[in-house]
Design a protein around this ligand. Structure first.
Ligand code: DSN
Length: 426
């Protein structure tokens, strides 16, 4: 007798090939709602982006079925012929895009990529020096609540108190004092170009290893719009899903002399089976990064960020460092008498999605900081241009100024909705 439970046939062991909607209406509905949220809102989270349908197709493919521990040509499982092709292509494209001697595309995330570098290059208790989290760094750069600050002796450098810019002389001073084994350059809420070559000189002076985490700027680096750290750093990590516009994941680049140590740290040191469907999607993104329109896209991301910064400044907002050279803008809200948390919430209420963010030397705590971080990758992927970014700056200003006027907020919500309708996400 055939027994049906939630669309699933229990008479045999064959897969149920009904649609997701039929098999699991709850998950289907959450995905549909999320798709609508992405369409109906102005997503300004600097670390997010929209991927192409080709990337989504590769990510949603049968490659998810395959175990492939090891590396192309040296796996611990049979049947790896086709996934070997996929990973080899991903690695060779990654090397070409970033002009690297060696690429590892298996890290599941930027955090995993950084952990693999630590595992490869450090012993527990070694000293590391990274940018202070509250000054724009990242949890994995030595924060005390992260493994990087618990298994290693972590120290941090800060930005200049007046300009909020990185001051390489101050970094040099701290590096000489601390004598870390590894220095980390790279940030998640620093809106300016980072002089990776300057960091490399400091690292060489004290005999430290230089790790550059270019997670935020990888897309800009890929087409020469931000200095490429691959030539001057010992090791470079990144995510594939921020400005780079690929699937969610991580990657590592290094010189050939570190290749074996890095590969062994990723597998078997830290991870098991690679996510071959994600690696296929990364390969697609590397191919897309070599297409002619990609550089134009990244130029537009930068132009949109610069226009947004200028427009916000003109509306009386204080910008950390006074502006931006990248895809992100960090707004200090103290003169607007609103916290980052309240701003994030009221903006989301009208359909503008941002994230609260600490600003350097923030007098408030990390849970309710003084700033918000804005980014342009997603809006640019929808085709928005400077005129729309100027309009959005006005919408942000009006939302914050008129936050207690619900009729005005309704009107803003409608203007946000109209913009979203004109620039479909997909
Ligand atoms: N949390 C990411 C970001 O938003 O910058 C970095 O991991």
């Amino acid at each position: 007798m055939e027994l049906k439970v939630a669309g699933m046939s229990l008479t045999d062991n064959k897969l149920n090939n009904d649609s997701l909607q039929a098999v699991d209406p709850e998950i289907y509905s959450s995905i549909t709602d999320e798709q609508k949220r992405q369409q109906d809102n102005l997503i300004m989270i600097a670390s997010e982006n929209l991927v192409s349908k080709a990337v989504i197709e590769a990510q949603g493919s049968v490659l998810t079925n395959k175990y492939a521990e090891g590396y192309a040509g040296a796996r611990y499982y049979g049947g790896c012929y086709f996934v070997d092709q996929v990973e080899s292509l991903a690695c060779s494209r990654a090397r070409e895009v970033f002009m690297a001697e060696h690429a590892n595309v298996q890290p599941h995330s930027g955090t995993s990529a950084n952990m693999a570098v630590f595992l490869a290059m450090l012993q527990p208790g070694d000293r590391i020096l990274g940018m202070d989290l509250s000054h724009g760094g990242h949890l994995t750069h030595g924060s005390k609540v992260n493994i990087s600050g618990r298994y290693y002796q972590s120290f941090s450098y800060r930005v200049d108190p007046d300009t909020c810019m990185l001051d390489l002389e101050a970094v040099r001073h701290t590096a000489r004092e601390i004598e870390p084994k590894l220095i980390i350059a790279g940030a998640s809420s620093y809106p300016r170009l980072i002089d990776f070559e300057g960091f490399a000189v400091i690292a060489r002076e004290i005999g430290a290893i230089l790790l550059v985490d270019m997670a935020h700027t990888a897309g800009l680096v890929a087409c020469g719009l931000h200095p490429n750290p691959v030539a001057c750093a010992d090791i470079v990590t990144a995510t594939t899903h921020k400005t780079f516009r690929g699937p969610r994941g991580g990657m590592i680049f290094c010189r050939q002399k570190h290749a074996r140590a890095i590969d062994q740290a990723v597998f078997p040191g830290l991870q098991g089976g690679p996510l071959m469907h994600i690696i296929a999607a990364k390969a697609v993104a590397f191919k897309e990064a070599q297409l002619p329109g990609y550089r134009t896209y990244q130029e537009n991301v930068l132009e949109n960020a610069s226009v947004l910064a200028e427009a916000l400044s003109g509306l009386g907002f204080t910008l950390v460092t006074g502006g931006t050279d990248t895809h992100l803008v960090l707004v200090d809200l103290r003169n607007k008498n609103i916290s980052g948390m309240e701003a994030e919430k009221v903006l989301e209420d009208v359909g503008i999605v941002t994230n609260k963010n600490v600003i350097p030397y923030d007098p408030r705590g990390a849970n309710n900081p003084s700033g918000i971080r804005l980014g342009t990758p997603t809006l640019t992927s929808r085709g928005m241009a400077p005129a729309q970014l100027r309009e959005i700056a006005v919408l942000i200003e009006e939302t914050i100024t008129c936050r207690h006027n619900s009729r005005h907020l309704d009107k803003i919500r409608q203007r946000v909705r109209n913009l979203c309708l004109h620039y479909p996400a997909y």
